[in-house]
Design a protein around this ligand. Structure first.
Ligand code: TXA
Ligand code: MG
Length: 361
């Protein structure tokens, strides 16, 4: 499926890197030049970052940012992250770092941390009318080089709204081919999960979206506990109210490390197969399914590969993906957040259904 049947572009794919003997991560000058040219003309392009692929447009260009929302079919009340590559660019956005933000930025920028901050500039087309702005300084060599050249870039993940974030150029192209003139291919990404979004306007960091940077890392580097948002405060994190990251297949989630949970997964797989369904599983033990991925022991590896596997299963026509939960420690917190959002059903061992959006097998 592409974004639009009357898609105007013959999408070109260019490599992000042109390695030289001394610099394997040298940004490809041609890919920088072409992307910068399209961005100057106000046309969004797909770029790699260290987290997921982004659909980028100049943050100060209202029409170009509006095109991002159109292309992604993104709800207009869901604000975008602005990506910067210097303190000067932050200042140009009217952002001054609070003491807390300065501390977090010093520890984790460039990197997979997005800070929600106050701004003196009104950019309602980026912020969806909120009085705060989300900013991030990516660690990806190509992305940073492009931002230095083209200025601050607003960039959501480069998927159609609701689909898993793309962690491969090919996946972004499958969603957006024809709607963007250029996809810059950075190969495999360092994290494969979106950035961690922290509200840094107050005294304490507040977690708006768990992501590639763990709360444990914030505690150990800065000595700061990350608080959860007040449930009574709905507009703090508009994106979190949407169901997200969904493959086309139904995703069912099972308890972790539990004999009864594994048994349940094995039984569901058997029953679905008996009904002639195409089933995939991500679990410690292999059930009787067509497509199986062994649950990695390292949650970072699962984080890196999860979206990739979900999209691959979709391409193979899988109808049900059965996934065993992992510990919420470290990157596991973000992985479980994505899995719970993607899940149409969360299984308990005792056959109680915590949540269901799909039909019984
Ligand atoms: O890793 C990432 O963050 C990727 C790469 C491309 O940088 N970007 C990304 O963007 O995941 P997106 O648009 O898919 O997610 C942005 C999240 C949404 O949940 C949105 O609601 C939240 O950030 N956000 C943006 N501005 C905000 C603000 N002013 N206040 C609260 N939340 C905000
Ligand atoms: Mg997204």
């Amino acid at each position: 499926m592409t974004c639009n049947p009357s898609a105007p572009f013959d999408t070109q794919v260019l490599e992000a890197f042109a390695p030289s003997p001394s610099d394997p991560l040298r940004p490809n000058p041609d890919a920088l030049e072409r992307a910068a040219r399209w961005l100057r003309e106000g046309v969004p392009v797909v770029i790699p970052t260290e987290t997921v692929y982004g659909l980028a447009a100049p943050a100060l260009d209202q029409a170009a940012v509006a095109a991002i929302f159109r292309i992604k079919r993104r709800p207009l009340d869901n604000p975008l992250i602005v990506h910067v590559a210097s303190d000067e660019q932050l200042e140009a956005l009217g952002v001054s770092l609070s003491p807390l933000a300065a501390e977090l930025a010093a520890a984790f920028w460039p990197g997979p941390l997005t800070l929600v901050l106050n701004t003196s500039l009104a950019l309602p087309w980026v912020t969806a009318g909120l009085d705060s702005i989300a900013v991030r300084f990516p660690a990806h060599t190509y992305a940073a080089a492009l931002i230095r050249r083209a200025g601050p870039l607003a960039a959501p993940s480069a998927n159609l709204s609701g689909r898993p974030s793309p962690t491969r150029a090919r996946h972004a192209a499958l969603d957006l081919a024809g709607c963007v003139p250029l996809v810059v291919d950075g190969g495999d990404l360092e994290h494969g999960l979106e950035s961690t979004v922290i509200d840094a306007r107050g005294e304490r960091p507040v977690l708006l979206r768990p992501g590639a940077l763990t709360v444990e890392a914030i505690l150990s580097r800065c000595g700061r506990e990350v608080a959860l948002p007040d449930a009574a405060d709905p507009i703090r994190s508009p994106g979190m109210k949407y169901r997200h990251y969904s493959p086309r297949a139904e995703l069912w989630l099972y308890p972790r490390n539990s004999g009864a949970g594994s048994q349940r997964l094995i039984e569901d797989a058997r029953e679905l197969r008996r009904q002639g369904r195409s089933v995939a599983a991500i679990a410690r033990l292999r059930p009787d399914v067509e497509h199986y991925v062994q649950l990695p022991g390292d949650p970072r590896e699962l984080g890196r590969r999860l979206f990739d596997w979900l999209r691959d299963f979709d391409e193979r026509g899988v109808e049900h993906v059965l996934v065993e939960s992992v510990s919420r420690a470290g990157v596991g917190q973000a992985v479980m957040d994505r899995l719970e959002r993607a899940a149409s059903r969360i299984r308990h061992t005792d056959s109680e259904l915590l949540q269901t959006r799909g039909a019984e097998p």
